[in-house]
Each structure stands twice: as C-alpha cells, then as structure tokens.
Unconditional design. Sequence first.
Length: 443
Amino acid sequence: MCSEIAISVSGISKRFRIYDSQRARLLQVFRRKQLFKEFPALEGVSFVIQKGETVGIVGRNGSGKSTLLQIICGTLTPSEGEVSICGRVAALLELGAGFKPEFSGRENVYMNASVLGLSDAQTTERFAAIAAFADIGEFIDQPVKLYSSGMLVRLAFAVAIHVDPQILIVDEALAVGDELFQRKCYARIEEIKARGATILFVSHASNTILGLCDRAILLDGGRKLTEGPPKTVIAHYQRLLNAPADKAALLREQILSGMVTLHADSTPTSPTAPLASPSTPDWLDPHLVSQAVLAYESQGARISDPELYNAQGQKVNCLKTGDTYRYRYRVHFERDASHVRFGMLLKTTTGVELGGATSARQIANGIPAIAAGSVLSVEYRFTCRLNEGVYFLNAGVSGDCGEGFQHLHRVLDALCFRVNPDNTGFGLGSVDFSCNPHWSLDE
C-alpha cells in the first residue's frame, strides 16, 4: 500500500467533551455520572490520497477541517478510526505551533527542523536558504514572542518547505502573509508539487483550490459530503455557503446522498458534439451552451436571460479579440430591496477568476430602493481582451431585503463563450496584453 498511497483516512471520528464549567470538569474525575456533553467534530470521515496528488479541503467554519488535519498530523487522537501515513510530513497548522516564544528564530528553526526529521548538520546546510526565504532580517536572532503574525508564518513556512517534505500539509496559514509573500509561497508549493510530493491543504480561497488541486473534499458538520474534481466540489461548497438557513440542511443531505449533481467537466461541448454547420454565422454556435449552470437560492430577487451581444446587436457566443460586446441579464425583484448592486465575473473553464465588475463599488452607492415586482435590465459593456479559448460568465445581484446586505441571487457559469483563434496576434495564456515582439541585432 505504501508504494502508491500517501494518506489513508478510515472512519475517523472525533468527539470533544463540553463542560458547563470548570467545576463540572473537576467533579467528573470523582463521579461516574456524565457531567459533559459530547460535541462530534468529525463523524466517520474516510478518503485516500495517492502519492503525488494535491488535494484541497473546503467547508464552512466549524466543519471539522482543522481537526481533521491535526489528526492526520498526529497532534490530535481520533475517538474512532485510523490514519495511515507514508512519507516525511511537514505541516503548517496553527500559526507558530511548536515555536517556543522565548527562543530566537534561529533556535526555533533548529528545533522545528529536528522535529521534522533533519539533523543539526542538515539544518546548518539549509539555514541560509531558510533565512533568505523567510526574509525577516535581524529578527532571526530575536525571541519569536516579538514577531508579528506575518513574520511568524514566514519563518514557519520557510522551515517546512526546506525539509524536502514528501507530504506537505497546510491549514490556511498563508492567508496571513502579504501578497508578494503569498505568491512566493504558492510558487514554492508548485515546485514541491512538480517534484512529486503529496500536498493537502485547507483554504477558503476557491481560486487556490481550482488552480493547484487535482481533487477536493467538502466537509460540513464534521461529515464528508463529497469529493471529486475541484470545480464540482467548489460549486457544491459555494451553493451550500450561500443557501438560506432553512434550506441549508436539506441541501447538505442532498449533496451527501448524491442527489445534487453537477457536471464535473465544465467544457460545454463533448468531443462528439456536432460542430456549427457552414450556414451558421461565425459569431454564434448553437452547440456552445454552458453545462454547469449553478443558480443559488433566491433571497429576494431572481436573475434570468443572460445573453451576449456584439456591437451590431446580434446575439453571439463566438467572440473576437479586440471587439466590444454587451453582457445583459434581467433581474426580477420578489421583495422590496435597498442598496442594490449588480455584478458580473468572467472565469476560465477551470474556474479561475479573470476579472469582472460591479455596478457600485460601495454599498452606500447602490440603488437606494427598488420595489417588489420591479424588473431591471442590467448591461455591462466590455472589450474582449482574451486569447483563444472557452470562458464563462457569472451574474449577480446583492442588496438588503430586511435581513442585512447580502447576495440576493447569483448564477454561476450563466453562459459560456468561445474566443476564436486570431492568427495575427502574439498572445499566450488567457489574457491578451497586446504584447508585440520587437528585436534588433546588437552590433
């Protein structure tokens, strides 16, 4: 088993004892009567992660994600079930966990590296690289109790990635660093992944899961609801996250039982789908239809009729780089709403967000009041700055219907479009930055 599987989790459950007071906790030692309530943080969670896989764990706050990682790392003991690990593990769990506040950064580097399996001689060989990556300057020789949270995570991450982990486990620690450090960390994670290491991490950033992971797992209420392709799991997670309280429990059970189905492959046409006929205009392909539309539950409004139009007013789904288009949808208001804003978002087929816009940057600048029964047409004009490929558009409306400002309705992957090949350009990747090559011969 060890030749193929990095992490095996079988029937893991974890129950915490909750006491009403410290006195009750003390009295429990002397009494047979149960003076506590059991809180089930995890219930029968099972999954297997193959060597070389990158797997993300998502879920609402309190779903058991951090508890699960701590059990996998061995810092918590499960109430039931077994965990099997094959390979050297480097973990970033609670911020600064394992660091001694009175010790200097240098001393903590040696101490943590030894826990992760390095000898003092190996740590000495790598210390310069660790210090350079952490980039905390002279603070490396100061007690870590003087460190900011950002400095602490820099040093902890620098140690973890320089022990050459076969399994890297990260629990949302990178959210503390600034953007430049986060990018440096993710670039290093990508390097570790390319070397064949197994990576398991918790993140609330959907783009991170979509961009890095081969697979994702959704936890809620301590139970594993589903696992599979990141785009499918993230769609379930977002739908659960935005569901009204009275419908969340039912949706949770539907996901768990497999009654809610989404297309794992967001590509709108299958290899056997017929191509547009010669008589079909080159700006419209009738077979190019989103197969991954996901509409959230209405919270007072409902979106319909998303469409794309070109400058001539023709409905389109085949775009040309550099041309201007209009994205339209209608919003039906079922309840009175205030501070109303609209939004659109453009994504790749893997779900990576490329950009979008809102009708008002601040809540206070939204439409002051819209009466129930009103229907508004929303339009965004944009210039296509994308290279060849298939892309998706979201639609959204937010406002206050009496319960505070929130999403009133969202439709993910509302429609898709293709940017046709442009043999005259030089662009690579998704976005066209109008880069033009020039060269000259040095003399």
